[in-house]
Structures are given as C-alpha cells and as structure tokens.
Design a protein around this ligand. Structure first.
Ligand SMILES: Cc1cc2nc3c(=O)[nH]c(=O)nc-3n(C[C@H](O)[C@H](O)[C@H](O)COP(=O)(O)OP(=O)(O)OC[C@H]3O[C@@H](n4cnc5c(N)ncnc54)[C@H](O)[C@@H]3O)c2cc1C
Length: 440
C-alpha cells in the first residue's frame, strides 16, 4: 500500500514565505493539517513589520493569506495560525519535530549590515532597521525612534534607502491611508530634516533602487532634488538608463519654496565619520568630480543592505547548516540532508529579494516536498499527533487566527483620522485583547 502524504505539517514563521508554502501544500493535500507558528501574536512577518507603512498596496498581499487562515464551513481545511509561540524558547525544534510529519522553517533572516568605516559608532549613526522598527511599531524589541537632526546623510541607494528618504521628506498629510506609528511620526515631524544627502557607491546605472520607487519620490510635494552621477549607463543597460531618466526627472520638478533638499551622489563612498562626541561630518573617500569631500551632518542613516550571515531568529537550530542556498529546500546537518525538515524564504536564500521572489521559492520547495512524498520519503506517521498532541499549556498559549482578528479589529477601530490602523506596540496588550480583556 502506498504511504499517505504528511498529515501534520508545522511551518515556523508566518512571513510571506511561510504563508506561500502553506498555501501550496494546502492546495495539494486537502487532508493535511497545517499549523503556522509565529513568535509574535500577529501574523505576516516583515509584511507587517518591514514593508514601509505608506506602502499599503504591498501589504495588501496579506488578504489572500487571511482567506487561507480563516476557517468556515466552506473552508474546513483552513490553515491554523498559532501565534505567540517561539520555537527554541517555548518548544524546542526537536520536540516540535517529534509531533509533526514535516517541519518547514520560514523564520526569516533580517539584521542590518552595519556601516564599518572609522567613526561609524559615533552617536548619530543610525541603522535604518531602528527607524523601520519604530515606524512600524515592532513590539519585540520595541525600539524608540532615534533622534534625527536637520542634516542627514543616508548611506545606500537601494529600496530601503529610498524608504528612508520618503520618510525624511514626507509631511503628516502624505501618510494618508497608512498605518505609520503616530508617536514616532510626531516625534520626527517636530523637527524634521531639511538637508539630506544620499550616498551610493554604485553609479545610477547599477544602483539597486527600483525605478518605480524613484518615481514615487517625485510625487511628494515641496521637495527639491539634485543628482550627481559618476558615470552614465552603457547603451545596452536599458534598466540603468530608465533609472537615470527617473532621477533626471526628479531634478526637473519645480519647487518654489522647498522645505527639504535631497542631493543624491552616485559613485561616492564614505571613508570616515567624524564629530565631537556626535556625528559632525561625513568624509568621502571617492566622489564624482565637483562634489565636496566633506559633508556636514548631524545624523547618518545606514541603509546598506542586510547581513547575509545573520542567523535565523534566536539560533533555535544551531546544529543545522543555514548558509544561503538557491538549491534544495531540505535542511542539512554536516552535509547530510535531514529527514522531513525544510526551509524557505530568507532563511533559505539569505536576506535578498522582495515578496514575489519568496512566492517563487516557496512554490519550488513545495514541489520538492510533494515529490519527496510521492517517492515515499515523506509520509504520514500515525504516531504523530500534530498540534493536538502539543502540551496543553502551549496550545493555550497559542494565539489563533480568530484571536488575531480581535487584535486587528482593535487596531483598525483605534486608527487616527486618515489612517487605517494604529498598531499596538505592546505585545502583552495584544495578548490581553486576544484573550478578551478590556483594554483602555
Ligand atoms: C525594511 C524592509 C522593507 C521591505 N520592503 C519590501 C517591499 O516594499 N516590497 C517587497 O516586496 N519586499 C520588501 N521587503 C522584503 C520582504 O519583506 C522579504 O522578502 C520577506 O518578508 C521575507 O520573507 P520571510 O517569510 O522569509 O521572512 P519574514 O518576513 O522575516 O518572516 C519570518 C517570520 O518568522 C517569525 N519567526 C522568527 N523566528 C521565529 C521562531 N523562533 N519561532 C516562531 N516564529 C519565528 C518572525 O516573527 C516572522 O513573522 C522588505 C524587507 C525589509 C527588511
């Protein structure tokens, strides 16, 4: 008799990759019970806590995951959400594996790459991640918005650097329809930056920013842009030329009384940061002709990408090899594949690529898993009881999708005028709401 496909499936992490792989397996195996665990009481990982608050069109992808999690008579095999369970802290990975036929790790890998020039530890040098945490109201760790001065140098010119520029130049009105953290925004807008320099090591032709992100900057009123570029794109670099056009058109926007000036310097590298007890100047080791070699600044925001060597969250599975891989999703230990243990998303490929790249990767790994089941390598083990077999304290601790919907409702009901929600900053307060406690 052929073996049945895995019955009890655990996915660790409810970011886009965990949700995409859950979606694929739910479609393939109608009789399987899939549980998606997350350390937070709320789902969706960096869609909620990384993607910029004014990019709700990107966050809207969660609606399809909402449908996947929402049980109803018409959707009896809904995927279970089990928030507020941290693998490695609340339950070890090996115990989890002892209850499930298949475990897929989708716990992400996000840590800022740090600026490493002399002076980069001076007060006033701020990783973009700290700002993103504050604006997105990340509860654990909750980081207050760092102090930002009037003269800011942003190092990096990828999409996160552009997110930073939008934040630095937008007014409160420009956040219509967003869920930006109100206190952090208020703090910043009390004394916003007026002079912003963005440094990119690469010329525009090979810089990382998406053309659409550059064009979006041009829609923000009251900002003057200027650009210096070290070398133009070659004839055959069509994308580079489009990006150049996008930057060029920013410089043609007429602004009579700009409240902020953003100067992009492409082909520039900081060599050191100096200052008397705090950032005072950024020195350029390399710069296009005609650019000053020292830029006065009181804040430096580094947005130079993510640390590819960052471990998956909290080192809950140190014995495994988590080096970035575009190949198989099966986890290896000492070069040998681990039975019934897979990984997807940023934990697999490293911290690169946007949400669509995770969809492709999760679909690929789901196909690999289904093939392993068809070959008899993965199967339903009658000794495994899945979620129902976990200790009762853990099951009670888990926040269900219906409980998340209560948190969601509380957040949307408390939205300020012209905003879609006010995210709750305290994880304990989220738990109180999920458990039905009255919250002031
Ligand atoms: C600042 C920033 C801005 C971005 N903006 C965009 C954008 O505008 N558009 C776009 O397409 N992409 C954007 N991205 C990229 C996108 O967010 C990632 O491609 C995607 O989120 C990676 O998905 P993931 O599921 O692998 O990881 P994550 O989204 O990081 O999800 C991992 C999940 O695992 C959970 N977890 C971690 N450890 C444990 C544990 N031990 N136990 C239980 N749960 C755990 C986490 O809480 C989290 O929910 C951005 C990324 C960042 C960092």
């Amino acid at each position: 008799m052929s073996k049945l496909p895995p019955k009890h499936i655990a996915i660790v992490g409810s970011g886009p990759s965990g949700c995409f792989v859950a979606q694929s397996l739910q479609r393939a195996w109608k009789d399987s019970e899939i549980t998606v665990f997350d350390r937070f009481a709320v789902p969706y990982g960096l869609i909620r806590y990384g993607v910029a608050a004014d990019h709700q069109h990107t966050k809207a992808i969660t609606r399809q995951f909402d449908r996947m999690f929402a049980a109803s008579p018409a959707a009896p095999n809904a995927v279970r959400f089990a928030g507020n369970i941290e693998i490695g802290t609340d339950i070890t990975l090996s115990e989890l594996r002892s209850h499930f036929d298949l475990v897929i790790l989708a716990s992400g890998r996000w840590r800022d790459r740090h600026l490493s020039v002399p002076g980069s530890r001076l007060p006033g040098v701020v990783p973009s991640g700290d700002i993103i945490n504050a604006l997105n109201a990340v509860p654990r760790p909750s980081i207050p918005l760092p102090e930002i001065g009037e003269r800011v140098v942003v190092v990096g010119a990828g999409n996160v650097a552009i997110d930073m520029v939008r934040f630095l130049v937008k007014t409160a009105e420009d956040y219509s329809g967003s869920d930006i953290a109100p206190e952090a925004l208020k703090q910043y807008l009390a004394s916003p930056a007026s002079n912003i320099t963005v440094l990119s090591r690469s010329p525009i032709a090979t810089a990382k920013a998406d053309v659409a992100m550059v064009k979006e900057l041009g829609k923000i009123p009251g900002v003057r842009f200027s650009v210096a570029n070290s070398s133009p794109a070659t004839e055959d670099n069509a994308l580079g030329r489009k990006r150049e056009e996008a930057f060029e058109s920013l410089t043609t926007i007429e602004v009579t009384e700009p409240r902020a000036h953003v100067h992009f310097i492409f082909g520039a590298e900081p060599s050191k940061v100096t200052g008397d007890g705090r950032v005072g100047q950024v020195h350029l080791g390399v710069a296009p002709a005609g650019e000053a070699s020292v830029i006065p600044a009181d804040t430096v925001i580094s947005a130079i990408g993510f640390d590819v060597n960052a471990p998956g969250h909290l080192n809950y599975a140190e014995e495994y090899d988590f080096g970035p891989s575009e190949g198989s999703g099966q986890v290896e230990a000492g070069g040998r594949p681990e039975a019934a243990l897979y990984r997807v998303g940023w934990l697999k490929r490293g911290p690169v690529g946007a949400i669509p790249a995770n969809r492709a990767d999760s679909n690929k790994v789901a196909k690999e898993i289904i093939a392993a089941s068809e070959s008899g390598e993965l199967f339903a083990n009658p000794d495994h009881g899945g979620f129902a077999a976990l200790p009762s304290t853990l099951r009670e601790q888990a926040i269900s999708f219906a409980q998340w919907q209560k948190i969601d409702a509380a957040e949307t009901e408390s939205a300020e005028t012209d905003r879609i929600r006010t995210k709750i900053l305290s994880h304990d307060a989220m738990l109180d709401i999920a458990h039905g406690a009255l919250v002031e």
